[in-house]
Design a protein around this ligand. Structure first.
Ligand code: AMP
Ligand code: MG
Length: 397
């Protein structure tokens, strides 16, 4: 190419994410039972239909009593209390507890009227069926106040969050049996390259197993996407043209390979010459050659073929665009030096050692073990030199 390109080049990672997000269609929503909602994105805010706890209740097994009656209790001079009944989870004590009285109480049972403290069973000695001796004052802190977790009407889960196991449990506790979630994106997945061969086949010299389609397929499923596996296409304009046409029904086509500077990088040529290009190249390493465009209205994200690059670009750009969840770096101490490069953010593979992060010994974008053996990506800003001992932002892998 000699003339200046008609599309942006060398965009930043946040710009690339925003471009991709803008091309994705609105997926619509589904109503699903909680058992089918793991990993889906909540499409409505969830309010509590009840309070939890619904009444002030005991946090342990013991007796419920009046704290004031027990203040002088010691091992040498225990305080006697008369047992007037019991309060069980789901079966509260019906009466009121008076001075010098108590009820046996169990975890999750409501505190009866008149009581304000709990004495754990370990601190009690029974004296016949109707009396207990306390060897320590009862504690008001051993109760769970009404509404401690949430109160009826509180908006507890915001729209847009991914439904993790803890959030599904919370949705159930709020009183919801079903939730409205975003429809999954349908993402078509294609590997390219004459040398790329499906795992399980014999490998001739110069060939390489298709690791990208396995890794990217798993990443897509982790994001809750439906994957349309288009298999693999050789480096031929006709074959790639046919594969692009075949992806028409998807919300997005994700390809790997064929978008960098080589003569046989035909995915790049096809999108530039016969499609539309939104941007080409991102200021990042690994992953620089990524390309976003459209093929007859279908958004196409061209990931570089290098195995580390394709998975890292997915994590930094594609996943945040598909899920709407921003990257969440955390700060750690660098245990080794991390060198940046001019005009590119480096995402270095790092291994945790205690509270420190150490550079993985190999940072080549062809070394897939650098991802599988690492714990984090260390974000090294453009041109930065991070000495050992400095703080760095990292993304958990
Ligand atoms: P490309 O981006 O097509 O120039 O490919 C860059 C490098 O990634 C080459 O060494 C390819 O053999 C390798 N590669 C491309 N596609 C895949 C794939 N699906 N799985 C594993 N390696 C790949
Ligand atoms: Mg290739």
């Amino acid at each position: 190419m000699t003339a200046a390109p008609a599309f942006p080049m060398f965009v930043s990672v946040p710009e690339a994410t925003a471009h991709l997000r803008a091309l994705l269609p609105d997926p619509g929503v589904d109503r699903v039972p909680l058992s089918g909602a793991l990993g889906r994105t909540l499409a409505e805010a969830l309010a509590a239909r009840v309070s939890h706890p619904s009444a002030t209740e005991s946090a342990l097994d013991g007796i419920a009593c009046r704290e004031a009656d027990t203040l002088t209790a010691t091992a040498d001079q225990p305080v006697p209390l008369r047992v007037v009944g019991e309060s069980r989870a789901g079966q509260p004590f019906a009466g009121t507890v008076g001075e010098g009285e108590c009820v046996r109480i169990y975890t999750g049972a409501p505190l009866p009227p008149g009581t304000d403290a709990i004495c754990p069973v370990e601190q009690l000695t029974d004296q016949g069926p109707d009396h207990v001796l306390l060897r320590r004052p009862a504690r008001p802190g051993d109760v769970r106040p009404e509404g401690q977790d949430f109160r009826a009407g509180d908006v507890v889960l915001p729209e847009g969050v991914p439904l993790t196991p803890a959030r599904l449990a919370l949705a159930a506790a709020l009183g919801h049996a079903e939730v409205t979630v975003r429809r999954p994106y349908r993402v078509a997945l294609l590997s390219t390259g004459d040398e790329v061969v499906a795992p399980g086949q014999p490998l001739r010299p110069g060939q390489v197993y298709d690791s990208n389609r396995v890794g990217l397929g798993a990443l897509l499923r982790e994001c809750g996407c439906e994957v349309l596996d288009l298999g693999h296409a050789p480096d031929s304009v006709d074959a790639l043209h046919a594969a692009l046409d075949a992806a028409g029904g998807a919300d997005l086509l994700l390809t790997s390979g064929g978008v960098s500077m080589g003569r046989y990088d035909f995915m790049r040529d096809l999108l530039i010459e016969r499609g539309t290009v939104t941007f080409w190249k991102v200021r990042m390493r690994p992953g620089g050659p990524a390309l976003l465009g459209r093929w007859a209205g279908l958004p196409v994200f061209g990931l570089p073929g290098n195995p580390v690059s394709s998975l890292v670009v997915f994590g930094l750009i594609v996943r945040p665009a598909l899920t709407g969840q921003p990257l969440r770096p955390v700060r750690l101490r660098a245990g080794t030096e991390f060198r940046g490069v001019p005009d590119k953010t480096v995402y270095a593979r790092g291994v945790l050692r205690g509270a420190e992060v150490h550079a993985y010994r190999q940072q080549s974008s062809g070394v897939l073990r650098s991802l599988s053996d690492s714990d984090v990506l260390v974000i090294v800003p453009e041109g930065a030199e991070v000495p050992a001992g400095a703080d760095v932002d990292v993304l958990l892998l």
